[in-house]
Design a protein around this ligand. Sequence first.
Ligand code: AMP
Ligand code: MG
Length: 352
Amino acid sequence: MSRSKLRLTVKRLWASALAAVIAAASFSSCEGAGGAQKRTVFAMDTLFEQTVWGASEDLFTKTAGLLSQLETVYSHTDPDSELYLLNEAGNGKISDDLKRLLDIAAEVYEASDGAFDPGLGLVTQLWERSEGAVPSEDDITAALAASGYGKVSFENGEIHLNGVRLNLGGIAKGAAAGQLLYECICSEASGGIISCSSSIGLTGTKPDKSKFKIGVRDPDGDGNEYIATLELSDCILSTSGDYERYFISQDNVRYHHIIDPATGYPAQSGLRSVTVVSSGVSGDDDLFYTGAVTDALSTAVFVMGLGEPSLKLLEDFSMEAVFVFDGEIYVTDGLEDSIILTDGGYSLKTAE
Ligand code: AMP
Ligand code: MG
């Protein structure tokens, strides 16, 4: 990688620009087509869209309250959030809510051999703040040396970060989507889609009893083009893609937001995206957990690429996945009957 500071063409996805517009009006609602009730809440730097059939207003009051509660704990950017304050303090007692998500993050950290690393905050911060320039190799090496969830310890009921900065950006949105899905399942709704930028929860059916069609995004498209669709219900799915936050350097290298903890640079597994799909969910499950795991696994698998270790990791958590490479899609066998290619020129294979 080049050490010189390059003049770069910055291409960022809609998220940051749109976020600024939407933050001003953080809650909106409308009656959608087919009698669907739609509510949109801006939380945790993301738009949470709830499309639900047959629920009462109580559901939306509850989910709005939940999102604002989750934001006070997990927000990466709010200087008053518990996570932000902990990162500043470096140690202290933490709430049960923060501990709950950290425990899940630690589980995926261990299971993925550190490919998903919630202790990578110093490195991710370096890239996030670089404003379209590649950080210097020295800065990356120093940030990486001080990072890693393995350095974090718990003593006498307190967490000690030991110089590490936590980043739960690769897991918190999935957990929130899962929690919202749980509330939807426990309401009188006949069906619902809970969607934030990278995680989607599905329950029941549409009014015509059909399943939901979820698009697999064309990694080179403008965000509205799909290379395949998945017909699914009663599950949570999370996607990590190299098109979500990225810039292209003058020498045409794509620097995206998913970092390989082994190098400190954006992962180069050949994948353009990976979508991790949970097995069937119900109101008897801990969907905060399921959502968090699909989200963390999508990040981990994006780093690991397609191979025996990532397939084993998915199997250990009973998850299926769609792997997107340039021109090729691989699916685990549990999804073979759910995926339909569009005419985007991609070929479909079984991941094994
Ligand atoms: P996702 O889009 O779910 O893959 O999450 C990506 C976000 O998680 C990034 O924007 C970073 O904030 C953070 N992140 C990047 N690389 C990693 C990693 N290897 N492990 C954990 N979190 C990461
Ligand atoms: Mg993730």
